[in-house]
Write a protein of this length. Structure first.
Length: 190
């Protein structure tokens, strides 16, 4: 009985919590830290560092789009780009360059949607393309080294997102996956 009452209260809150608004679409840009691709890069960098390489990584940098079906539920997509490059300390030349391109359909659930503030959760799942390029010195030292492109499953589970502002909104997210453990950016609602 308690579950039924809680579900009914949650449904009523979901339908009443959002202010009436005309904006049904939003597009955003973001930058994340500690993403799945960064963690993969850290792991390969640790192996490369043991062999005398120094690594640098960036991203994910991305864009997202959402269309609000209701004040509570929005659907859309996320695209992200991240990378890593390893440089040989002795020759000071690039050894390996990793590029990560991710495309994921997404669903967003707005818990609170006020004029200047909002709280939400989101889930995205899709594909990540990983391109590994072996450069100069590494190819010379290992004739079997070759460029590769791999595809793998990727996701983003955003446990808590906070957004603030008017039609142009800043946002901060905490989650797990390719947008990162922490992610921040700007959105435009129209």
């Amino acid at each position: 009985m308690k579950k039924i009452i809680l579900m009914a209260v949650a449904a009523m809150m979901a339908t009443m919590s959002a202010n009436a608004q005309d904006e049904k679409n939003e597009i955003g840009v973001f930058y994340g830290v500690q993403s799945a691709s960064n963690i993969l890069s850290y792991t390969t960098s640790a192996i490369s560092a043991a062999s005398g390489d120094q690594s640098s990584w960036w991203g994910p940098v991305g864009v997202e789009y959402y269309h609000h079906l209701t004040p509570v539920v929005a659907v859309g997509g996320v695209a992200a780009f991240a990378g890593c490059k390893a440089i040989d300390k002795k020759s000071n030349s690039k050894d390996i360059t990793d590029t990560f391109i991710t495309v994921m359909p997404s669903v967003k659930f707005n818990w609170l949607r006020k004029k200047a503030f909002g709280m939400y959760s989101a889930f995205s799942a899709g594909v990540m393309l990983i391109s590994v390029s072996v450069d100069g010195e590494a190819k010379r030292l290992d004739p079997d080294a070759k460029d590769e492109t791999l595809a793998t499953f990727m996701f983003q589970a955003t446990a808590l997102g906070l957004e603030f502002g008017g039609n142009v909104r800043g946002f901060v997210e905490a989650g797990l996956g390719e947008k990162g453990l922490l992610c921040a950016g700007l959105r435009y609602r129209f």
